[in-house]
Ligand binder design. Structure first.
Ligand code: ZN
Length: 165
């Protein structure tokens, strides 16, 4: 399914299932953010991330995902330059090149990418707080879920699920 609307619909369904599953998490172990689903802003963030990651793999081709990705990265890089954060700007520029290296349905559509691409959601808060935050884990989980839904609908996980190409 190459259409981004189909992927967004898939991302919405999978994020919904994820949100319901997360609400059953053992409260003691996730005490820090057990109430995450009672906070509408946190739930809204959950759906934004899940649906964003459900179209992200197509950042490797001329797509809505690419428009959104560079629509965020480009102004962000200008802000970094403007703030004199040259090193951060250089790293962001380098990362922004990655999706267009290779061909469509290249590395962004590999199964390992499902777990690796959302990793900054875990790593960045870890660098700043030096501990794995349960909220970061919940957001990492929804990013993995959204990304997975994309590969599933592309027919790359289980051929039977390929809707159209
Ligand atoms: Zn795709």
């Amino acid at each position: 399914m190459a259409n981004y609307k189909g992927h967004l619909a898939g991302g919405l369904i999978f994020t919904g299932m994820y949100a319901v599953s997360v609400s059953f998490l053992p409260v003691e172990r996730f005490a820090e953010h057990a109430g995450v689903l009672r906070d509408w802003q946190a739930v809204f963030g959950l759906f934004i991330i899940g649906m964003l990651f459900s179209i992200l793999p197509d950042v490797d081709t001329n797509s809505k995902a690419q428009d959104i990705f560079f629509g965020i990265v480009f102004p962000l890089n200008i802000i970094l330059l403007w703030q004199g954060m040259l090193q951060a700007s250089a790293y962001l520029g380098l990362i922004a090149m990655l999706p267009i290296i290779g061909h469509h349905r290249g590395w962004t559509h590999k199964k390992w990418a499902v777990f690796v691409v959302p990793l900054p959601i875990l790593i960045v808060p870890y660098v700043y707080s030096e501990k794995i935050l349960s909220l970061a884990m919940i957001y990492y989980g929804v990013a993995v879920t959204g990304y997975f839904s994309h590969l599933l609908l592309d027919g790359l996980i289980w051929r039977r699920f390929r809707i159209k190409n």
